[in-house]
Design a protein around this ligand. Structure first.
Ligand code: FE
Ligand code: FE
Ligand code: ZN
Length: 277
């Protein structure tokens, strides 16, 4: 069993997202905590958040996988962007307190010429600044495709970040199938080997959630262009192996495929056919 869902618009509030998920056949979902390309956050209505928590319980939802805005780069070269990003991270973790017990996923960042080693220190510093003992959210670092100067392009970089985080028991990893494939890992034909390597380098217990995407590009191309399920290089077989892999059971799987609602509905139904009941 896995939980399956997709990325949903947050404009209608929390409970509306829960209902939207149900309409699509989903039992988890992802959402941006604020405008993904801007940064402004809407005021949270505590009653609406509470209503979602109840709704999720009543409908046996898995954990949610909230997503940080794309503008967040805690290892930017410019001090003001770093500071703004760090504060956004801290504020988002406070906001997540309204829907406790879920996941908050963020891109480690782009080092923009400073080198991954320097960036790893900045990323861990930002997490140490933002993450507090009282937070009830698990912070997830997303595995990245290594486009441009993205950090988190391999398991070693993710491990190096986690090693420097003080409250590391509150930190996990979101495994993006398109990104790891584009990053050079053979997710399609050797998922066993990839997850073994993940276990050796990071520890499989850290793997908390999956971004389930096909890829428009071949392995090791560092492109990060998602494809609908079955139409890309991972193909139906590759995606199906991920959905049914013993080490990935019990986790929320989030589709970030280029779809509108009908496409998501179809993909969710397809995954439900494949998944181990
Ligand atoms: Fe992402
Ligand atoms: Fe992703
Ligand atoms: Zn991506």
């Amino acid at each position: 069993m896995i939980n399956i869902g997709c990325h949903l618009p947050s404009s209608g509030g929390f409970l509306a997202m829960g209902r939207h998920a149900t309409e699509l056949g989903a039992d988890t979902f992802a959402f941006f905590t604020r405008n993904p390309r801007g940064g402004a956050a809407k005021e949270i209505d505590p009653k609406d958040a509470e209503a979602l928590v109840t709704y999720m319980k009543e409908n046996s939802f898995g954990k949610l996988v909230a997503h940080a805005p794309y503008t967040m780069n805690v290892c930017a070269a410019k001090e003001d962007i770093r500071k703004f990003s760090r504060e956004m991270l801290a504020d988002d973790l406070e906001r997540m307190q309204y829907v406790p017990g879920n996941y908050y996923n963020f891109h480690p960042g782009s080092h923009v010429g400073q080198g991954a080693e320097a960036a790893v220190v900045m990323i861990a510093d930002a997490v140490n600044f933002a993450l507090k003992e009282e937070h009830q959210t698990t912070l997830l670092l997303e595995t990245m495709a290594g486009k441009g100067s993205e950090v988190g392009r391999n398991f070693e970089e993710i491990r190096a970040i986690i090693d420097r985080i003080e409250l590391s028991d509150k930190v996990g990893v979101c495994f993006d199938t398109c990104h790891t494939w584009d990053g050079g890992y053979d997710v399609r034909d050797d998922l066993d080997g990839v997850l073994r390597e993940f276990d050796e380098v990071i520890g499989i217990d850290r793997l908390k959630a999956v971004h389930l995407n096909d890829s428009k590009n071949d392995r090791d191309t560092h492109k990060d262009r998602h494809e609908v399920i079955g139409s890309g290089f991972l193909g139906e077989d590759g995606i199906r192996r991920a959905v049914t892999h013993p080490l990935l059971q019990g986790k929320p799987f989030i589709l970030e495929t280029p779809n509108e609602d009908p496409g998501y509905k179809k993909e969710i139904a397809l995954i439900r056919e494949w998944m181990i009941k």
